[in-house]
Design a protein around this ligand. Structure first.
Ligand code: A3P
Length: 296
């Protein structure tokens, strides 16, 4: 049982200046020394940016649009979570990956500077999904209420400040999105945006297909667009995280497939929070060409 020994919310502990769940930090050596293989694909995101959505897209592309194949197991089994660590004897993400045959598709929330060096040495492909920070923090706020491994989110006002200060689990959103943006100049990274996937799923899925060097007929592509819609994934038990035990994801505190929209932040930010956020954002994002769509 993947939850044995877990007794509620975990504190954060720094790894090279990035706050991570203590279980991960305490196992950092194993993560750092992870041996990537050349045909590994890494799906990297800041938490709540659209990881699960991209995972489903990639899996369907690699299975030629065959939904039954993509429904062979829940998301967290199909895509081992690189840095995730549980109390022994439960295998860590790295333990699972060592035993996983190639080609492996690996999930991570690590910022680029903490990605194990072997991924760069092996020149592995990476897909990054970025989401506008306002929707990202709202989604994370709800998630931290239901995910009983994460630190207590506390009230919204304080949570927003922690996000701006880079004090949430996996650290600063600003450094995260900028890190991969800069890294894509040198490495094989497909950098995608949640908002683009909402606006033009066909075009974005096509980009992923090209990056993966998979050619599928237009009708198969349209099937994938359909199967990876919010509505379809919300109803798909193999894609909606409904199989996670209640002591980890407490579904009485909310659903994993919550809203799936662009601009929901407007229902949460006050006018003054929004002004303070925008001002701080200008400083933290100064000097980058990276831009976000905050609404559609
Ligand atoms: P909301 O909380 O805003 O609804 P992650 O997979 O990185 O944890 O991200 C989860 C967020 O992506 C949640 O956002 C979830 O609803 C949304 N999401 C998941 N699948 C989606 C889809 N097919 N279309 C749009 N949003 C999706």
């Amino acid at each position: 049982e993947a939850t044995a020994g877990l007794e509620g919310r975990l504190p954060l502990k720094m790894v090279h200046g990035v706050p991570l769940l203590e279980l991960i930090s305490d196992n950092w050596k194993q993560v750092e020394q992870f041996q990537a293989r050349p045909d590994d694909l890494l799906i990297a995101t800041y938490p709540k940016a659209g990881t699960t959505w991209m995972q489903e897209i990639v899996d369907l592309i690699e299975n030629g649009g065959d939904l039954e194949k993509a429904r062979r197991a829940p998301t967290h089994i199909r895509f081992p979570f690189l840095e995730m660590t549980y109390p022994p004897p439960v295998p860590s993400g790295v333990d699972i990956l060592i035993a996983t045959p190639s080609p492996r598709v690996i999930k991570t929330h690590l910022p680029f500077q903490l990605v194990p060096k072997s991924f760069l040495v092996q020149n592995c492909k990476m897909i990054y999904v970025a989401r506008n920070p306002k929707d990202n923090v709202v989604s994370y706020f709800y998630f931290d209420q239901m995910n009983k491994m994460q630190p207590e989110p506390g009230p919204w006002e304080e949570y927003l400040q922690k996000f701006m200060d880079g004090n949430l689990s996996w650290g600063s959103w600003y450094e995260h999105v900028r890190g991969y943006w800069d890294a894509k100049k040198k490495h094989r990274i497909l950098y995608t945006f949640y908002e683009d996937m909402k606006r033009d799923p066909t075009g974005e899925i096509q980009k992923v297909m090209e990056f993966l060097e998979v050619d599928l007929a237009p009708d198969v592509l349209q099937k994938i667009v359909h199967y990876t819609s919010f509505k379809a994934m919300k109803e798909n038990p193999m894609a909606n995280y409904s199989t996670i035990p209640k002591n980890i994801f407490d579904v009485s505190c909310g659903k994993f497939m919550r809203k799936g929209e662009v601009g929901d932040w407007k229902n949460h930010f006050t006018v003054s929070q929004n002004e303070a956020f925008d001002e701080d954002y200008q400083h933290k994002m100064a000097g980058t060409t990276l831009t976000f769509q905050m609404e559609m």
